[in-house]
Design a protein around this ligand. Structure first.
Ligand code: PTJ
Length: 254
């Protein structure tokens, strides 16, 4: 870590950036992960670098969906592995789900490094190193998936996913939960539940919600989901950006 002091106004954001840089240096995160992080930082600035009300609502629905799932799987890419590896392992443990390394810019070396990292953090089974199934409708490298993992899952949690694969998973009949700071992306619009929040806030929130909701029965969890409308939540997240920005603009005029 660089010597940025915790008192620096952009400390949290700079620390997050450094984790992604460190991920690249360790061969866990792809170079494109830096570009994605930069885009994420800009969008996070627009939502006010906080979990918005619509983000919190999506997180609640996601927690209920994960708890209700019969075969949930958490997908890990290079950015999630750099930013929230412990949290992904902990969430997997809380809902008794396997993790699968499933990356966009696939190299076998990077898949192994991410899987090794997850194993070093105490996860049991990690899928992804030996894919033995193909997601229909995608080109070869990105179509790779594992039986018993994403291929057979009923609910897939895929933070920072790309639109194509998200759509392909939905077309397979799966429920897809994503975390994407861009409420207008194709991923955001295609997913069953889209959490418009930074993955570094979304994961601790999800873990807390899963703990809080662990004692709810099936009908109580279903009633959390019954009132959930992803399109409406995305619309509200755009409105929250607009209102946050107009607040900032008014402050400039004062
Ligand atoms: O490790 P790989 O090969 O699987 O590659 C991972 C990345 C993220 C590089 C790859 O999937 C990619 O290129 O993704 P995109 O198309 O850039 O989309 C990433 C989306 O995630 C964008 O909409 C970003 O705004 C958003 N994003 C970036 N950082 C964060 C984020 N969302 C939540 N939290 C973040 N920290």
């Amino acid at each position: 870590m660089s010597d940025v002091p915790p008192s620096h106004p952009r400390y949290a954001s700079l620390k997050t950036r450094e984790k992604v840089v460190e991920g690249v240096e360790k061969g866990i995160t792809g170079l494109n992960g830096l570009i994605a992080q930069g885009r994420g930082e800009a969008l996070d600035y627009l939502i006010g670098e906080r979990t918005t009300a619509s983000g919190a609502e999506a997180e609640r629905a996601a927690a209920a969906m994960l708890l209700l799932a019969e075969r949930p799987v958490l997908s890990v890419n290079g950015n999630a592995a750099a930013l929230v590896p412990e949290e992904m392992v902990l969430l997997a443990r809380k809902i008794d789900a396997p993790l699968e390394v499933n990356i966009f810019y696939r190299t076998e070396g990077r898949v192994k490094k991410i899987a090794d990292l997850l194993r070093s953090l105490g996860t049991g089974k990690v899928f992804g190193e030996n894919p033995n199934a193909v997601i229909p409708g995608l080109d070869h490298a990105r179509a790779k998936a594992a039986r018993g993992g994403i291929y057979d899952a009923d609910v897939v949690f895929v933070p920072l996913e790309d639109g194509d694969r998200c759509e392909a998973l939905v077309n397979m009949g799966k429920k897809v939960i994503t975390v994407d700071l861009n409420p207008l992306s194709r991923t955001a619009r295609t997913s069953t539940v889209t959490i418009v929040d930074n993955v570094v806030r979304a994961l601790p929130n999800l873990i807390a919600l899963v703990e809080e909701m662990a004692d709810l029965d099936e009908s109580e969890l279903n009633s959390v989901l019954a009132g959930y409308d992803n399109r409406a939540v995305l619309r509200r997240s755009v409105e929250e950006i607009v209102s946050h920005l107009s607040g900032r603009f008014s402050a400039l005029e004062d």
